[in-house]
Design a protein around this ligand. Structure first.
Ligand code: GRF
Length: 205
């Protein structure tokens, strides 16, 4: 018998990838956000514990944003719930090193390009402008260097004539809504299989 991994999802937007994670049956312990957004509302309606750690209280999107203090506060939310695995699903804040020290190879991200191609915030537009025929999505472990951690899974998405950033991003998201839940499930199973479970008698699995 394996224990249920305590998963937190970090998001900032629509939350459609998060909805797909939920629909897949993966149990989510906490949804945290850096701004008020639809994704938080979806979590509340689903009866999931939510926490808004609002960037605006830490300098917002200005040069004075206190990334270290923000990350420390978010980390408190994760620790308070004994979170074991973190899945970023459209989270708009780059976190500082403490979170990676606390959760080494335990933070997942989904990115709308075939990394290492087109890292960063504008990956869909850049793929479209570059003239490539195929882009896609990548699930990877997040590390301090943005969009550069070890790749776990990728899915190709063809760029079609007449595609706009919106139509292409939506088709990429359709792929992410399948790939991300499946990959999170694989990682959860891997962690659970590697974690000793204590029975009431103290015997190990
Ligand atoms: C996804 O494309 C994800 O890869 C990117 O942000 C998007 C989130 O979409 N980082 P949604 O808010 O879940 O619809």
């Amino acid at each position: 018998m394996s224990h249920e991994i305590r998963l937190a999802v970090l998001l900032s937007g629509t939350g459609s990838i998060f909805e797909a994670v939920l629909a897949s049956g993966i149990r989510v312990t906490l949804v945290a956000s850096d701004r008020p957004c639809r994704g938080l509302d979806v979590a509340r309606v689903a009866g999931i514990d939510t926490e808004l750690v609002d960037r605006r209280h830490y300098g917002g999107f200005s040069a004075s944003f206190d990334r270290v203090r923000y990350t420390a506060r978010l980390l408190e939310s994760l620790s308070a719930r004994d979170i074991e695995l973190v899945a970023m699903a459209g989270f708009g804040t780059v976190l500082s090193s403490q979170v990676h020290e606390a959760y080494p190879m335990r933070i997942l991200n989904t990115h709308p390009s075939l990394l290492p191609a087109f890292p960063g915030w504008h990956s869909v537009a850049e793929a479209l402008e570059s003239g490539v025929d195929v882009t896609g999505c990548t699930v990877h472990f997040a590390t301090l260097e943005t969009d550069a951690g070890p790749v776990i899974a990728q899915e190709e998405v063809k760029i079609l004539p007449g595609d706009t950033v919106d139509t292409l991003h939506e088709r990429i998201k359709q792929a992410e809504r399948v790939l991300y839940p499946a990959t999170i499930r694989r990682v959860i199973d891997h962690i659970a299989a590697a974690t000793p479970v204590h029975t009431p008698e103290g015997a190990r699995r």
